[in-house]
Write a protein that binds this ligand. Structure first.
Ligand SMILES: [Zn+2]
Length: 80
């Protein structure tokens, strides 16, 4: 994926999706999403991806896709 215009708020968005932010940061993220089309799309995409991963039978996924998702997750740090 090419670098977006909002690379600096990537971390905020990830934390928001993972619900790891404190109240102040949540407000900040929501305010940003409100005004930033790029991050809003990104947020919806990530949200539907997470929902898909959670609700769809993992074994139905193509092996390559699963591998990619695992790589993405491990890039986030150690899994809790
Ligand atoms: Zn943004």
């Amino acid at each position: 994926m090419s670098r977006g215009p909002c690379e600096e708020c990537e971390e905020l968005l990830q934390g928001y999706l993972d619900r790891e932010l404190d109240d102040r940061e949540v407000a900040q993220a929501e305010k940003h999403l409100d005004g930033c089309e790029y991050c809003r799309r990104r947020y919806r995409f990530e949200l539907s991806l997470r929902k898909y991963v959670r609700t769809t039978a993992v074994e139905r996924m193509p092996a390559g896709l699963m591998e990619k998702l695992v790589q993405l997750r491990s890039a986030d740090g150690p899994t809790a």
